[in-house]
Structures are given as structure tokens and as C-alpha cells.
Design a protein around this ligand. Structure first.
Ligand SMILES: Cc1ncc(C[n+]2csc(CCOP(=O)(O)OP(=O)(O)O)c2C)c(N)n1
Length: 322
């Protein structure tokens, strides 16, 4: 993980590890809010930050990451990707990593980010499993962590990839970001058993963890990564979280009543309270980080909005084989 980019603005070079992680979660929440306001087709990730950040924050930069499509931008930034280039993809401006040729939630491959080759759910599991196969074949101890939604866990890709990874003991950790919904369908209508219990069918370890608890997610993933590095094969982790907002920003959510539970499961509130209780931070420290995140996002997006719209000139069709 690279350094938290809002450190300077937050005037907090000596931040504890906990505060840095809170900073990444805050950056994710604030960026998500702004992108949702800017683009009704953006997929909100509010409420899922502990599952997202916790799954990827302890990896080495030479490991590979294949995060779920639901706002993975901050995970890419944790590997050194630039916010401006990622935001350009979402806002349809020039200067994005993908040159407008792919879905806006893809990231730069040279940072060991598994690319989204299409919007089809499940396909990223295949590419991620392929990365793990490459690591095994090169004889390294690199691992791949791949996250996906609970709806995606019903795709054939899930079963095919877990079966193959288990058979070949590939160095990969599968993290199901179980947020309770697949668009307008509630998980109780399509998941008859816990996702983690499916691991038994492939003879690999499977755990369900509180996906709103950053420490719980980190601990489970760290153990699974250590196992994978030692050549002991894949693990399936089900991080139980909650989709606090609509499927996309413009979703009117007529299919559900918005519940009061959302505030109770908020991982930022929870982790912030924990830091305060541990004496690691004050409420003012937390707010300072959020303010620094808001300031960085505002200035970055102002510059991105001033860019020309992405268009033919940038498409780079000359890079495509005839
Ligand atoms: C193969 C495929 N089927 C259907 C869709 C349409 N689709 C986009 S998002 C989505 C819901 C996915 O649910 P889940 O995997 O639980 O992730 P979440 O959106 O809840 O984060 C669906 C069905 C798709 N993109 N690809």
C-alpha cells in the first residue's frame, strides 16, 4: 500500500496505522459521494468500506488485486493510481487510464490490477485466477486477492474458478463482498446457504466474517494470504456487509424500505469509535481527515471537469490490432 495521499493536507505525518486506514475509508466515502452526485450511473459503495479496504490494505505491491466493481477506485489509489485519472474515467473526460475504451471502474494493469475486460460479472474471477496461476508458474510467493458480490457468487464463473484454484492449489483469496442485494433482489431470495459454506464443496477453507469490521476483515484475509503464499491454496471469505444506498446513484429503490439499520452498520462510524476508545484518535482527528479528503477531492475534480470530454482523438484506435 502506498502512502495516504491526504497526509500533507491533514498535517498528520505521524498518523497511526489505524488513522491511516480510517483515512483511506474516509477518502473512499467522500469520493463516492461526489461521484454519485456527478454520475447517476455510478455504483455507490457507502457502507462497504471495511470489506473493501480490509481485503486489500495488507497486500504487497507485487501482489495482484481484482476488486469488486462497486467503486474500487480507492483500492487502486492504495496501489499508486492517480485520483484524477480514475475520476476522468467516471466523468467521461480525457486523461483516464482506460482512454474511454472500457468500463469506468477498471484500473491500470501495470500496478498489478486485474483489468475489467467487460461489464460481465464473474469474468474478473477468471482473470484473477489466471494471475494466480501465473504466480504459481513463476515460482514466486505472490498472491492475488479477488472480491466480488454475493449475486456474482451465483455465476458459473465462481464455481469453475474455485474448483480449478482448489484443484491446482493456486495462490488466491476469494472475498465475497456480501451486501445483501443484487440490484433489486434481496439475497434471501437467491442464496439458500451462506456463501462461505460453498468452500466445503471444493475442499478449501471458508469463513464468514463481519464485513463492517475492518479489523475482522483484515485478520481473515491476512491469514488466507499467508496460507496462499506458503503454497497451501485458496480460501473463500464471505465479508457480510450492507449496501446502504441504491444499486446505482440514480436508483429510486422502490423495491425496499430504507432502514435504520444502515447507520448501525456504518464501518466508518464503527472504526472511528474504536480508534477513539483505544485512545488512538479524537473525534477532531477523524473530522480533520475527512476534511482533508474532501479538499483533495474538490480540487482534483475541479481540474478534471475542466478537461475536454473523452472522444475519438484519445481512443487510441491505432493501438488496436486490425
Ligand atoms: C453476467 C452478468 N449478468 C448480469 C449483469 C447485470 N448486473 C449488473 S450489477 C448486478 C448485480 C450484482 O450483484 P452482486 O454481485 O451482489 O454485486 P452488488 O451489485 O450487490 O455489489 C447485475 C445482475 C451483469 N453485469 N453481468
Amino acid at each position: 500500500m502506498v502512502e495516504l495521499p491526504i497526509l500533507e493536507a491533514a498535517d498528520a505525518r505521524s498518523l497511526s496505522e489505524g488513522l491511516r486506514l480510517y483515512g483511506w475509508m474516509a477518502l473512499s466515502r467522500e469520493l463516492d459521494d461526489v461521484l454519485c452526485a456527478a454520475n447517476p450511473r455510478w455504483f455507490p459503495s457507502a457502507g462497504e468500506e471495511a470489506a473493501m479496504i480490509g481485503a486489500f490494505c495488507d497486500l504487497r505491491l507485487d501482489d495482484a488485486v481484482a476488486p469488486h466493481y462497486r467503486d474500487p477506485l480507492v483500492i487502486y489509489m492504495m496501489r499508486g493510481a492517480e485520483m484524477a485519472r480514475l475520476a476522468a474515467q467516471v466523468l467521461g473526460k480525457t486523461g483516464g487510464y482506460n482512454k474511454g475504451r472500457s468500463v469506468p471502474f477498471t484500473g491500470p494493469v501495470d500496478l498489478n490490477i486485474v483489468p475489467w475486460v467487460a461489464g460481465d460479472l464473474g469474468t474478473s474471477l477468471g482473470v484473477a485466477t489466471g494471475a494466480a496461476l501465473a504466480f504459481q508458474q513463476e515460482g514466486s510467493d505472490r498472491v492475488c486477492v479477488c472480491s466480488f458480490g454475493d449475486g456474482t457468487s451465483n455465476r458459473g464463473d465462481f464455481h469453475e474458478n474455485l474448483n480449478l484454484a482448489a484443484s491446482w492449489r493456486l495462490p488466491i483469496v476469494y472475498v465475497c463482498q456480501h451486501n445483501g442485494w443484487a440490484i433489486s433482489q434481496a439475497a434471501k431470495d437467491y442464496l439458500p446457504a451462506p456463501v462461505a459454506s460453498r468452500a466445503a464443496g471444493y475442499g478449501i477453507p471458508g469463513f464468514a466474517v463481519d464485513g463492517n469490521d475492518l479489523d475482522a476483515v483484515r485478520q481473515a484475509v491476512t491469514q488466507a494470504v499467508a496460507r496462499a503464499r506458503q503454497g497451501q491454496g485458496p480460501t473463500l471469505i464471505e465479508a457480510r456487509t450492507w449496501r446502504a444506498q441504491g444499486h446505482w446513484a440514480g436508483d429510486t429503490q422502490d423495491y425496499r424500505s430504507l432502514d435504520a439499520e444502515t447507520a448501525l452498520t456504518d464501518p466508518l462510524l464503527r472504526y472511528g469509535d474504536r480508534l477513539v476508545q483505544r485512545g488512538e484518535a479524537t473525534a477532531a482527528d477523524l473530522e480533520k481527515l475527512r476534511e482533508a479528503a474532501r479538499a483533495m477531492i474538490a480540487s482534483t475534480l475541479e481540474a478534471v471537469r475542466a478537461r475536454p470530454d473523452a472522444g475519438e482523438a484519445e481512443l487510441g484506435l491505432d493501438e488496436v490490432c486490425p
